[in-house]
Ligand binder design. Structure first.
Ligand SMILES: C[S@@+](CC[C@H](N)C(=O)[O-])C[C@H]1O[C@@H](n2cnc3c(N)ncnc32)[C@H](O)[C@@H]1O
Length: 406
């Protein structure tokens, strides 16, 4: 048995007295976890940092403004000694030992009967790391494990089944680094992934071989509408007990039909989690150097679908109203109709020389940007062979970065 080997344990401190001596930086760091555990905290210190004072004012700890006195550990289950007075610390330590109360000392680990591990949490898992006398290493190991659990690089599948479940995950605009940490983790835990053409396709290559990847565009849909077929695929796989991820480009709720899928799942009684994603409407202009707002230039940006021609009776867009706005217009799904859309905006009063940029396959290695004006964008996009997916940005913000692109 080694002096440096500690027996790890999880203390359930709810309603139990914990005494903290000292209210400096160490106490400030430790108190939140004790508060979260529901401990009945008695803080003894003549002074405190502003943050600790705030905890006392909020009623999260009971603070007695004085020094340690013999007898302070009466009724305590656990004590933390964090003052910089070695004599008081030694006396307090001796009292803890005599009372058989586990005692942590920030000034002298050797003299302590308990050590605080480096801790972190991810999705209901608590990670606690002890390395004997090397707290930095403990913190580094903790960080590596928590990060790995969060982003899915440390595979730790759940074995207690959660029942049927689908996650609608926004994958971001295409660069595999632009998915959220939660999205990436859920992807790493999936048995079945139903993916769109857009979004981070590269992430699919990293999935382990047992994961079934279904291309949403290729689901046979016979008499059904394509969307209905996708909904059915999600429902069937979830009912078969699989952990299902529906991976979508950008954000699931920005022209992504995410709500239709969420509704279909709700109707089938299948719980669904929605994980937001970075929408191409903001990130693709940004990747091409265009801010959608800029102080003194644009105080608004409006995201519009351009998949229906402006004169189509089924259009829900008030193009005349949009033409009157001064700010930035961001058009998605507009490559085919860009000429007609630009002409309509000009006809309703937006200046013909308003700068326009078309950014194709943004955030991927194939990203390209074509610059024009409202007067020229229809012809120029066609002449340059611009293809979907592309985001069209209209407004003075385009000129902020267009010098190198015209
Ligand atoms: C059906 S919408 C889905 C939008 C997605 N939910 C989002 O938030 O980005 C598809 C359109 O998004 C735009 N788009 C998505 N990814 C893109 C990318 N990497 N580069 C340029 N445009 C993109 C294009 O306008 C494309 O036609």
């Amino acid at each position: 048995m080694s002096e440096n080997f500690a027996y790890p344990v999880g203390l359930r401190l709810s309603g139990r007295r914990v005494v903290v001596l000292g209210a400096g930086q160490v106490a400030q760091r430790r108190l939140p976890a004790l508060i979260a555990a529901g401990a009945d905290i008695l803080l003894i210190s003549p002074s405190a940092t502003a943050s600790v004072e705030a905890m006392a004012e909020a009623g999260e700890v009971r603070w007695e403004r004085r020094r340690y006195q013999e007898g302070d550990f009466e009724g305590a289950w656990y004590v933390l000694i964090t003052t910089d007075d070695p004599e008081a610390n030694a006396a307090a330590s001796a009292e803890a030992e005599a009372r058989r109360v586990w005692c942590v000392r920030s000034d002298d680990a050797e003299a302590a009967s308990a050590w605080t591990p480096a801790t972190g949490r991810s999705e209901g898992v608590t990670v606690a790391v002890l390395t004997g006398q090397d707290p930095r290493r403990s913190a580094a190991v903790r960080d590596a494990v928590v990060e790995g659990l969060r982003d899915g690089t440390l595979a730790a599948p759940r074995h207690r089944t959660r029942g049927p479940h689908v996650a609608l995950v926004g994958g971001g605009p295409g660069d595999p680094d632009l998915i959220t940490v939660r999205g990436r983790r859920l992807l790493a835990e999936a048995d079945v992934v139903v993916a769109d053409r857009l979004g981070p396709r590269d992430l699919l290559d990293e999935l382990p071989p047992h994961v079934e990847v279904i291309d949403a565009a290729k689901i046979p849909y016979g008499r059904f509408m394509a969307q209905e077929a996708i909904n059915n695929a999600l429902i069937e796989h979830a009912k078969a007990g699989k952990s299902v991820v529906r991976l979508k480009g950008g954000d699931p709720f920005v022209f992504g039909r995410g709500m239709e899928e969420a509704e279909a799942l709700a109707e089938a009684g299948i719980p669904c989690t929605v994980v937001p994603g970075i929408s191409s409407s903001i990130s693709v202009p940004g990747a091409a150097g265009i801010p959608v707002t800029h102080r003194g230039v644009a105080h608004e940006f409006t995201v519009v679908s351009g998949h229906v021609a402006p004169d189509d009776p089924s259009s829900l867009v008030d193009w005349a109203a949009l033409a009157r706005l001064r700010g930035t217009l961001v058009l998605l799904m507009a490559v085919e109709k860009i000429g007609a859309i630009a002409a309509t905006l000009v006809a309703h009063g937006r200046a013909a020389d308003t700068p326009v940029a078309v950014v194709q396959e943004g955030t991927t290695p194939a990203q390209r940007r074509v610059d024009a004006t409202l007067a020229t964008v229809g012809e120029k996009a066609a002449a340059e062979g611009v293809r979907p997916p592309a985001v069209v940005v209209i407004g003075e913000v385009v000129a902020l970065s267009s010098r190198d692109h015209r």
